[in-house]
Design a protein around this ligand. Structure first.
Ligand code: TYD
Ligand code: MG
Length: 463
């Protein structure tokens, strides 16, 4: 039987199928499947070598923490778990133009200035372009070794001489190219093979390798998702192009906690660290407006206060609109149903718009209570108390449920000058005392109807 010479690979998730299809059966993306030649394994052609014995050891033994090189950018170090780990590989993903190259050039410059050897390989931009950015960032004097190259064979040969480096940045993996692979740069086959080769070098040397990977919605280039399992840490750089701030989020980290975030602000001189994100997100809040409530949230280990805004508009007819920015639409639908069924707030003839101010994406169920407060405040046109924060999860029967890290949230609220907090009622059998900061008044809410009653007019009947 003739062996097939090509195969079909989804450029988004990397799934391989023997036949072309319009949509990928694995990830469901459309128009991402492309034909690729089947790679020839070098091992199959060469004479098979007998394997060597692997030494097995016990679990106990010396386990030194891996040596780390702090980048000097505190927000980045926090996400990395304390700095770059030697002989490890990180992937920084994100939309084109979000600031990946800027962040890495700044980090590289800091390390280089601290006397560490740093190599920056740009496959996307020319030397001139990188120099221009460095000048703009004010780091042109940092002793970085810069190269513009895309051929992984050349890069590998150069990195053999640079194993003492602390950091090697490859920007981006989608521009890298290995001549042994017979497909275009940016395809899954190329991206995987190039990453494999570079990772092998990092593991045999002592430098931390950081790969940059673009994310695209249409799957025109292979997504960083195909690399996620090959690397030690995956960081995603997120943010809204319309807003100045950017969030660096760890989604995988073999040397630290995931869920940790770093907050940056894009300025005309590069990315600036935001040490106090709550102040940034609340900067433009106006008090005494109906339809606004402050959520005491948690991002990783860090409490972050954000403003939840709700706008209700009468629906002219047809099905009412529900529009959400920064929160989950399904969760909003659930909460509206709970408000209607358990607290009698009629919203079935009303368009509901919900927005997390500042452009942050909130994923926590703990935001339920703040969202409910914003909606109730809008429904009864009564502003929430200006010094109040909210947190708590709302269940289907309208009960307000406990959430993690209540103390950290309260502390952050007190730090920013808030005076009151609405939070879930403590369980009668809960024996742990809640250590609330001095001067913060706690308002325990057991049921969503109790929350609505605080906004409803005296009659108790919703408008
Ligand atoms: P960049 O780091 O090139 O993005 P990526 O590598 O993720 O594609 O960032 C590009 C954007 O950042 C660009 O739109 C301009 C903006 N920017 C600033 O606002 N200030 C700066 O100092 C720099 C260098 C870039
Ligand atoms: Mg770039």
């Amino acid at each position: 039987m003739a062996k097939p010479v090509s195969r079909f690979v989804c450029q988004s998730c990397g799934a391989v199928t023997p036949k072309w299809a319009g949509s990928c059966a694995t990830c469901g993306e459309w128009n991402t499947i492309e034909e690729e030649p089947i790679p020839v394994r070098p091992g199959s052609a060469a004479k098979a070598q007998p394997g060597r014995r692997v030494a097995f050891v016990g679990l106990a033994g010396s386990a030194e923490p891996p040596p780390r090189a702090p980048t000097g950018i505190a927000e980045l170090d926090r996400v990395l778990g304390g700095g770059l780990v030697a002989a490890s590989v990180g992937l920084v993903g994100g939309d084109p133009g979000i600031g990946k190259s800027t962040l890495l050039l700044q980090a590289a410059a800091q390390l280089a200035r601290a006397g560490r050897r740093v190599l920056y390989i740009s496959g996307e931009e020319s030397i001139e372009q990188v120099r221009l950015r460095a000048r703009r960032l004010g780091v042109a004097d940092a002793p970085i070794e810069l190269a513009a190259a895309v051929n992984v064979r050349d890069i590998a040969a150069s990195l053999e001489q640079a194993k003492d480096a602390a950091l090697v940045v490859v920007d981006s993996i989608q521009t890298m190219w290995l001549d042994a692979i017979d497909s275009a740069p940016g395809t899954v086959a190329q991206v995987r093979a190039c990453a494999f080769e570079l990772i092998r070098l990092a593991k045999s040397g002592s430098f931390a390798l950081v790969l940059v990977g673009h994310v695209t919605k249409d799957g025109a280039i292979a997504g960083p998702r195909v690399l996620e399992h090959m690397v030690d840490a995956v960081l995603y750089f997120e943010g809204d192009r319309g807003h100045q701030f950017r969030i660096l989020r760890a989604v995988k980290n073999r040397f630290g906690a995931t869920d940790e975030i770093g907050v940056f602000e894009m300025t005309d001189r590069g990315l600036a660290e935001v040490a106090n994100p709550s102040a940034l997100f609340l900067a433009e809040r106006r008090g005494n407006v109906a339809g606004s409530a402050v959520f005491a949230g948690l991002e990783g280990t860090r409490p972050v206060l954000v403003e939840v805004q709700a706008l209700l508009a009468p629906n002219a007819g047809g099905s009412p609109r529900r529009s959400v920015i920064g929160w989950d639409g399904g969760r909003l639908a659930m909460l509206l149903a709970v408000l209607e069924t358990r607290a009698g707030v009629r919203l079935n003839m009303t368009d509901v718009y919900l927005n997390i101010a500042g452009g942050l994406r909130v994923n926590e169920p703990a935001a339920d209570l703040a969202v409910a407060a914003a909606i109730a405040s809008a429904a009864f046109e009564k502003p929430a108390s200006a010094g109040m924060v909210y947190f708590g999860e709302v269940g289907l029967s309208g009960e307000v449920r406990q959430v993690a890290q209540a103390e950290a949230r309260l502390k952050e609220a007190a730090k920013l000058g808030f005076l009151e907090a609405s939070l879930p009622r403590r369980l009668a059998h809960g024996n742990r005392r809640l250590a609330a900061p001095d001067g913060l008044r706690l308002e325990e809410i057991g049921h969503i109807a109790d929350l609505v009653a605080r906004f409803a007019p005296e009659s108790g009947k919703p408008a």
